[in-house]
Design a protein around this ligand. Structure first.
Ligand SMILES: CCCCCCCCCCCCCCCC(=O)SCCNC(=O)CCNC(=O)[C@H](O)C(C)(C)COP(=O)(O)OP(=O)(O)OC[C@H]1O[C@@H](n2cnc3c(N)ncnc32)[C@H](O)[C@@H]1OP(=O)(O)O
Length: 167
């Protein structure tokens, strides 16, 4: 089923997952959908491998962590979370050099914590990796010295941005 993209989220400079100036990073794009889910799109490269041609499980954890952690921003772009728990299940190997979709959503939201689930989808739609994450809400100034301009926290548009995403 196709879902309309309603917003593209910001990228940063050096984050492993979303930093556009991290040469070894995933350079992921994040899209908010009209159904309330968040989709991450990225293509793993050789530097992300574990066994040859297979993406490292830690990278799978990292992309799922950030996709679920960012899904809360659909509701309020000013809610920042730090991960306190992440449970990852590896069901199928994830190949390198193929564009992947990762879906995340919030399943529980309280004043101090939020929880969510997510999946890495293969290009044929099969679910390769799933995760459940729990995050503590914190003011951004308690997490890091955060200067939006210095960290290049901004929406970066591209010709490749989809208007709809098939899930
Ligand atoms: C420009 C730059 C941008 C870049 C980037 C992109 C950003 C956009 C991405 C956003 C999405 C994020 C995606 C990745 C996010 C990370 O990767 S964050 C990095 C990994 N995580 C961390 O570093 C967290 C490390 N842990 C900590 O800092 C501390 O443990 C915490 C979370 C601050 C808690 O510290 P604390 O308050 O001293 O802990 P504590 O007193 O033990 O617990 C406080 C309360 O929380 C409860 N609690 C603690 N842990 C738990 C738990 N696991 N379950 C339930 N309750 C718990 C306790 O029970 C306690 O409750 P009360 O007893 O007060 O009722």
């Amino acid at each position: 089923m196709k879902h309309k993209v309603i917003k593209k989220q910001q990228n940063s400079k050096k984050c492993l997952v979303c930093g556009l100036k991290n040469d070894l990073g995933l350079k992921t794009s994040f899209y908010e959908l009209e159904n309330g889910e968040l989709v991450a799109i990225f293509t793993p490269i050789e530097e992300h491998q574990s066994y040859p041609e297979r993406m490292h499980g830690g990278i799978a954890g990292a992309i799922l962590d950030e996709t679920i952690g960012r899904a809360i921003m659909i509701k309020d772009k000013n809610i920042w979370g730090v991960t306190v728990e992440l449970n990852v299940k590896y069901k199928k190997p994830v190949p390198l050099h193929e564009e992947l979709r990762v879906v995340g959503r919030i399943t529980r939201d309280s004043s101090r914590l939020f929880e969510g689930t997510g999946e890495i989808l293969l290009s044929n739609g099969e679910v390769a990796v799933t995760a459940i994450g729990k995050y503590m809400k914190m003011p951004i100034e308690k997490i890091a010295n955060f200067d939006e301009a210095d960290q290049e926290w901004q929406t970066v548009w591209s010709d490749q941005d989809p208007s709809e995403i098939e899930l």
